[in-house]
Design a protein around this ligand. Structure first.
Ligand code: XUL
Ligand code: CO
Length: 436
């Protein structure tokens, strides 16, 4: 097999290719359903998993060295940034996403850390211009440092709230400078372990205060992109406040934040919440809050966030079907919040993992377009609900009837024939399109 350095650019070779470092389904400029595949998919590199994570787990240290043999912190993070853009070029990835601590070394004080961030944002600004890349979204890591052990915006300690605010302010500045179209809030440690020590109402009100301040700051500075909440049900805390899409929407509505905030839906977070990926996407869509996607997959035999590269084409197809029905991405995109397994510990594995994920989504897009063009699923669903287009159903739909009128109408009815849901037939159509 080729070495990492031998791979200049991963190109589309088609489904019959046996070349490991080639796309079998992702052809960036191929026009499908009216636009190039790269605009349908808007693939992004996650900086943290790809450039920083070295394979450490609870039982052992990293299995891969990403220090580039450099000890000086700023010099090392510059080498990482050079590598990041070289990697994006090799993979034809147009976008990237990062936390503050992914791109810059942390100093001994907050002031020092923010100074390092400034240096690195300038450095990355030049790199993205040189390589013609775009920043999809930025976020602050307000969960790793011990300061955030009891949360950030929901910490019991007001000084921690202030530190979190300083980091978010710096990250919004970075998002504006880099032209990012998204700013993400993943709850991190915004949740709790036991009500015995927790003032839930104050914590939720404070979280809303925090998000409003961030929104007001960003808008005042001219940030016109989306703000996103990223739902996740558990891990690290037992009760995460942003449990799932519906819980996030309830929170955003209660505090009047729906004009500025949408959702960043992550596949593995959906399954941890006991939902499917497509359920979470649909919930976001029907609430006018579909924003962006963290693409990955979990392992249903494991109960945690494994952040695996997505390779299950059934799931990517149903995901892209939702994205197509939502009219595609606007400010959002598909960020691979995914890492190669600890045992896949070479630089070649990083390329192979991205190729696997990008091809799985490209194939999913192709199949989703086929499902839409085939039309049988859409037609079935519209016929299933056809009773709301005529007679009493049309009146219910239009809001022109009353409980009394319905009651009189219902008394005139005989046995009602509810139409079959035909699930197995519909699943066969999907299999037929996927595997024919
Ligand atoms: C954690 C997770 C994060 C967010 C960004 O499960 O998904 O990486 O996407 O903080
Ligand atoms: Co994520």
């Amino acid at each position: 097999m080729k070495q990492y350095a031998d791979v200049k650019e991963v190109r589309y070779e088609g489904k019959d290719s046996k070349e490991p470092f080639a796309f079998k389904y992702y052809d960036p400029d191929e026009v499908i359903d009216g636009k190039p595949m790269k605009d349908h998919l808007k693939f992004a590199m996650s900086y943290w998993h790809t450039i920083d994570a070295e394979g450490r787990d609870m039982f052992g240290p990293g299995t891969m060295d990403k220090s580039f043999g450099i000890t000086d912190p700023i010099a090392r993070y510059k080498a990482k940034a050079d590598f990041a853009f070289e990697l994006m070029n090799k993979l034809q990835l147009d976008y990237y996403c990062f936390h503050d601590v992914d791109i810059a070394p942390e100093g001994k004080t907050l002031k020092e850390s923010l100074g390092n961030l400034d240096i690195m944002v300038d450095y990355i600004f030049d790199l993205q211009k040189k390589h013609n890349k775009k920043c999809l979204w930025v976020t602050a890591n307000n969960f790793s440092d011990a300061t955030f052990m009891a949360g950030a915006a929901t910490s019991c300690e007001a000084d921690v709230f202030a530190v979190a605010a300083a980091k978010v302010r710096a990250c919004i500045d970075a998002a504006i400078k880099l032209g990012a179209t998204g700013y993400v809030f993943w709850g991190g440690r915004e949740g709790y372990e036991t009500l015995l020590n927790t003032d839930m109402e104050l914590e939720l009100d404070n979280l809303a205060r925090f998000l409003k301040m961030a929104r007001d700051y960003g808008r005042a500075k001219g940030y016109a992109g989306d703000f996103y909440l990223e739902p996740k049900p558990k891990e690290p805390t037992k009760h995460q406040y942003d449990f799932d899409a519906a819980t996030c929407m309830n929170f955003l509505r209660k505090y009047g934040l729906t004009d500025d905030f949408k959702l960043n839906i992550e596949a593995n977070h959906a399954t941890l919440a006991g939902h499917t990926f497509e359920h979470e996407l649909r919930t976001a869509i029907v609430n006018d809050a579909f924003g962006s996607i963290d693409a990955n997959q979990g392992d249903l035999l494991l109960g945690w966030d494994t952040d695996q590269f997505p390779t299950n084409v059934y799931d990517t197809t149903l995901c892209m079907l939702e994205v197509l029905r939502a009219g595609g991405f606007t400010n959002g995109g598909l960020n691979f919040d995914a890492k190669a397994r600890r045992v896949s510990n070479t630089f070649e594995d990083i390329l192979l993992a991205y190729i696997a994920g990008m091809d799985a989504f490209a194939l999913g897009l192709r199949k989703a377009v086929e499902i839409v063009e085939d039309g049988r699923l859409d037609q079935f669903v519209s016929e299933r609900y056809a009773s709301y287009t005529r007679g009493i159903g049309a009146e219910i739909f239009a809001g022109t009837t009353t409980l009394e009128a319905l009651s009189e109408y219902a008394k005139t009815l005989d046995r009602i024939d509810v139409p079959s849901g035909r699930q197995e037939y519909l699943e066969t159509i999907v299999n037929n399109i996927l595997f024919a």
